[in-house]
Design a protein around this ligand. Structure first.
Ligand code: FHN
Length: 429
C-alpha cells in the first residue's frame, strides 16, 4: 500500500525550493516548420508529411554548453529539456523506436550531450517526457468535436492496442531513468479527460521511476494538466501525485495550498513569447523587467518559475531570448539573495511591489516609485535591525522619524531621491 513519506519528500525538495528559478527548453523536429510544438496536430499534418522533417533534421549549431551557460548566467539553477514531446520524436537513443535523433543526419544522442553540459555548469538536470505520442500507431487520437483533426477519419482510433503503447512509454521512461545518470527533475506532460492516473499505469510507472531515481523531483501531470492541483492538494495523495503543482502560463493569485490550507510546492512554467517550441513569426517577447517581476511574484507566493526557451532548427536559442536572459542575469547578479531560498513574507503585499522572506530577512522589491519615503507596511520600528540596498549594500538608516505616529506598525525607509525607474526592479533589504 502506498505510503506518502513526508520526511523523504521534504528532503528531496530542499534544493528545488532553494533554486526558485529554472530554464525550460522545448526543442525537436517542430523547430523546422517553426510554427510551434503542436504544429503536427493543429495543422493535421499526416505522418508521411512530417517525416521529411525527420530526414532533414541536422542541428549543426547544437551546443548544449552554450545553453547551460546562458541558463547559469541568467541565475537559473536547473534546466529541463524535452527528451520527447507529443510528436514522439526522441532526442535520446531509445532502442524502442526508430523515430529518434540518433537516426537522423546528426546521429547524436542530444539528451546525453545535454545532461553532460548542464552538469558541467553545476546546474541540476531535468528531462521532460510526453505521455502523448502522435507517432505511435497505438496512441489514440483525442476525439474532440471542436478540433478538426480529431474528426478526420484518417485519425480513427480503431484497432489501437493502448497496452502496446503503454509498454513502449514505460520502457522509454525506464531508458531515460537508466541511461543518463542521476536526474534531478522528471517532467511528465500531460493528463487530460480520462487519460490520467491509472490509465497511464501511473502507480507502476512511478514505482519504477522511484526505484531507479529515488530522489528525482517529479511534477503532477501523471494525474492532471497545467490547470489541476491533483490529489496531494485534495488531501488524499495518490502514488503518482508528483512532488509539485505545475500551473502553466499563470501565477496562482495566492500561491497554492491543500484543502487544509497547507502550502504546496509549485512551479509556474512560462514562455518568453507565445510559444513553447520555436515559432519564426512569434516576435512578441515579454519584456525582461516584466519577467523579473513575475519571478519575484512567484517567490513571494512560495513558488518557482520555469522560464522557457525554444531553440531553432539549427540549435540556437533565439536572440530575443538570449537578450532577455542577459538582462535577467544582470538583475540576478545584484539581487539573487532575494530569490534563492526565499518564500512568502507573511505580511501584506505593499502596493508598490512585493516582499520575499528568508528567515528573519525581508526583501522589499520596489516595482514602482512611491512619493517620498517608502512605507515598510506591517513592520514595527523596534523589529527593524537595519535596512540596506541589496544591490550596493548601502545603509538606509532606520530612525524614529520613519515610524508613522498614526500607524505605529509602519516604518518608512526614506530612500532619498527616486530610487526606482519604472522598468528597473531593485530591492531593499
Ligand atoms: O501540450 C504541452 C505543450 O506543448 C507544452 O509542452 C506545455 C508546457 O507545460 N505542456 C503541454 C500543455 O499543457
Amino acid at each position: 500500500m502506498y505510503q506518502f513519506d513526508l520526511e523523504r519528500y521534504e528532503k528531496r525538495m530542499e534544493w528545488y525550493q532553494d533554486a526558485r528559478f529554472g530554464m525550460f527548453i522545448h526543442w525537436g523536429l517542430y523547430a523546422i516548420p517553426a510554427r510551434g510544438e503542436w504544429v503536427r496536430s493543429t495543422e493535421e499534418i499526416p505522418k508521411e508529411d512530417y517525416m521529411p522533417y525527420f530526414d532533414e533534421f541536422n542541428p549543426t549549431d547544437y551546443d548544449p554548453h552554450k545553453w547551460a551557460k546562458a541558463a547559469k548566467e541568467a541565475g537559473m539553477k536547473y534546466v529541463v529539456l524535452t527528451a520527447k514531446h507529443h510528436d514522439g520524436f526522441c532526442l535520446f537513443d531509445s532502442k524502442y523506436t526508430e523515430f529518434k535523433s540518433t537516426n537522423t543526419k546528426c546521429g547524436r544522442d542530444l539528451v546525453a550531450e545535454f545532461v553532460e553540459a548542464v552538469r558541467a555548469e553545476g546546474l541540476k538536470v531535468g528531462l521532460y517526457f510526453s505521455l502523448l505520442d502522435w507517432y505511435h500507431p497505438d496512441y489514440p487520437h483525442y476525439r474532440d468535436k471542436n478540433h478538426p483533426m480529431r474528426n478526420n477519419p484518417a485519425y480513427g482510433n480503431e484497432n489501437r492496442n493502448f497496452d502496446n503503447y503503454l509498454q513502449l512509454m514505460h520502457n522509454q521512461v525506464r531508458e531515460i531513468c537508466t541511461n543518463y545518470g542521476k536526474l534531478d527533475v522528471l517532467w511528465f506532460d500531460f493528463s487530460y479527460d480520462d487519460m490520467r492516473g491509472e490509465k497511464w499505469h501511473a502507480t507502476k510507472l512511478m514505482d519504477m521511476v522511484r526505484s531507479l531515481q529515488p530522489d528525482v523531483v517529479i511534477d503532477n501531470r501523471l494525474e492532471v494538466s497545467g490547470e489541476g492541483h491533483g490529489s496531494l492538494a485534495e488531501g488524499n495523495p495518490k502514488p503518482y501525485h508528483g512532488d509539485f503543482v505545475s500551473p502553466e502560463q499563470m501565477i496562482p493569485p495566492n500561491g497554492i495550498c491543500d484543502v487544509n490550507g497547507k502550502d504546496l510546492i509549485w512551479e509556474a512554467c512560462v514562455t518568453m513569447n507565445n510559444n513553447w517550441g520555436y515559432c519564426a513569426n512569434d516576435h512578441y517577447f515579454k519584456p525582461a523587467g516584466m519577467l523579473i517581476k513575475k519571478l519575484v511574484e512567484c517567490v513571494s507566493k512560495g513558488g518557482n518559475m520555469l522560464l522557457n526557451v525554444g531553440p531553432d532548427a539549427r540549435g540556437n536559442i533565439p536572440e530575443e531570448s538570449m537578450a532577455i536572459l542577459k538582462t535577467i542575469g544582470k538583475w540576478m547578479k545584484k539581487n539573487s539573495e532575494s530569490i534563492y531560498g526565499c518564500t512568502k513574507a507573511g505580511i501584506e503585499k505593499p502596493d508598490y511591489g512585493r516582499i520575499t522572506r528568508k528567515g528573519k530577512k525581508l526583501y522589499f522589491h520596489l516595482f514602482e516609485n512611491t512619493i517620498g519615503p517608502i512605507p515598510l507596511m506591517g513592520i514595527r520600528k523596534e523589529e527593524v535591525e537595519k535596512i540596506r540596498w541589496l544591490a550596493t549594500g548601502a545603509e538606509i538608516p532606520v530612525s524614529t522619524s520613519w515610524v508613522h505616529s498614526d500607524y505605529p506598525d509602519i516604518v518608512f525607509a526614506d530612500l532619498g531621491p527616486d530610487p526606482v525607474l519604472p522598468d528597473d526592479v531593485d530591492t531593499v533589504l
